[in-house]
Design a protein around this ligand. Structure first.
Ligand code: C5P
Length: 407
């Protein structure tokens, strides 16, 4: 029977600290679950537990020196760094954490941390006062921003007699975290396909002029990016915007509302969820001039505008293959009322309303706040980065979609 960690290669880094004695048990527990474990010890760690013990438990020679020709010939440091599926450092002393935060490579363990592209998990272990020290806190925060996992520490009695935060997690707790790390993850939007419209549309007046609006497309692009990260398949229909395509997103560029309408209806029928995030121009010029319009001696001029098709209303009106349809309402007053009216009028399943009269949110801003309405409910999302908001909003949309599907 395959064990939960069968085939997983764990490079265990041990730095100097009294908790190093627990690393011996950690190796056993990891191996019991099928993991292959190789050990790197810092010089200080060798003072706390002998390489011989760890060699016997791991079944491999313990690596310690960057400059040992025999060890380098057997399995060089770069090879070791590449070999690992996970680099787990337990215990990680305050000194080692400081060196990692500064990107030092002054011993074998810190060098391997720089040289690996495997995830690195750090289990801090130190005196509670050292852990509380602002320098240590900054160093740990730095590692977090670099996507290191920080596992622990726990609170309790310390070897030095102090009581407080700084104890290394117990070996079995660390094993649980390793198991969780390797457990196959089912993403919440896996198997769900989304079509998202984003950005403004641009309605030509003549070959050089157009009517448009201030939509940046950021919210729609943030939704597309977050949806892919949550496991969805995403088609993004983008008006003219200055934004890079998020990884994994299929992007179709359009310019006018008519083009967006055509592409949206083609795509919507094969999607589970349609999100109309675009700020579609309400009107287009009735007669687009084929030549540049000339200035006249009159003080005023006029253009005849005709209504653009309502894309989202057309998607929501589909009688077969209709996706769960989500609209946006950018309002400057009486937001809840107008949004609810739009929900009903356009026959949407859900509408996300924001107040664009506030200067720090909505159009062209990095931040947004929303209130979401559906037939028999509503939910508020406070002002936050559009990227954060996108994730939370998608989880709610998915929840409502699954709810509708099951009824
Ligand atoms: O009517 P209003 O423009 O305020 O409605 C906003 C919602 O309708 C948004 O979801 C927007 O993407 C969508 N919409 C559309 N086609 C239009 C106008 C708006 O899909 N022509």
């Amino acid at each position: 029977m395959a064990l939960l960690l069968s085939g997983k290669r764990i490079l265990l880094g041990i730095s100097g600290g009294i908790a190093a004695y627990k690393s011996a048990d950690l190796i056993r527990r990891l191996k019991e679950r099928g993991a292959e474990v190789r050990v790197i010890q810092t010089d200080a760690a060798c003072e706390f537990i002998t390489p011989l013990t760890l060699q016997a438990l791991s079944g491999h020679p313990v690596a310690n020196s960057l400059l040992d020709p025999a060890a380098e010939a057997a399995m060089g440091h770069i090879e070791l760094a590449k070999w690992a599926d996970l680099l787990l450092i337990a215990p990680a002393s305050a000194d080692l954490i400081a060196r990692l935060a500064h990107g030092l490579a002054n011993d074998l363990l810190s060098t391997c941390v720089l040289a690996t592209d495997a995830p690195v998990a750090v289990a801090p272990a130190m005196n509670q006062q050292m852990y509380k020290n602002i320098a240590t806190k900054h160093n740990i925060d730095t590692l977090k921003t670099r996507n290191f996992y920080i596992w622990g520490p726990a609170a309790g009695e310390q070897a030095c007699g102090d009581v407080g935060m700084g104890r290394m997690l117990e070996p079995l707790q660390l094993v649980d975290l390793v198991l969780e790390h390797f457990a196959p993850k089912v993403l919440p939007l896996e198997g769900v396909s989304l079509v998202i419209t984003a950005g403004p549309t641009r309605e030509p007046i003549d070959p050089v002029r157009y009517i448009s609006n201030h939509s940046s497309g950021k919210m729609g692009f943030a939704l597309a990016e977050a949806a892919v990260q949550l496991g969805a398949q995403v088609t993004l229909i983008a008006g003219p915007v200055q934004l890079a395509t998020p990884a994994g997103v299929k992007r179709i560029d359009v310019v006018t509302a008519d083009q967006m309408y055509q592409v949206a209806l083609e795509q919507a029928i094969s999607a589970h969820i349609f999100i109309g995030c675009a700020a579609v121009a309400d009107y287009k010029v009735a007669q687009v001039a084929t030549q540049k319009l000339k200035k006249t001696s009159d003080d005023s001029t006029s253009l005849t505008l005709v209504k653009n098709p309502d894309i989202i209303a057309a998607v929501a009106a589909l009688t077969s293959q209709r996706p769960f349809t989500v609209g946006f309402a950018a309002e400057t007053q009486d937001v809840a009322n107008y949004a609810r009216q739009k929900l009903v009028k356009k026959k949407l399943d859900l509408i996300c309303a924001n107040d664009v009269s506030l200067s720090n949110q909505g159009f062209n801003s990095e931040q947004n706040a929303l209130t979401v309405f559906w037939a028999d409910g509503e939910q508020q999302f406070g002002l936050q980065a559009k990227t954060e908001l996108a994730q939370q909003l998608l989880l709610l949309i998915n929840e409502r979609y699954l709810h509708e599907k099951s009824h």
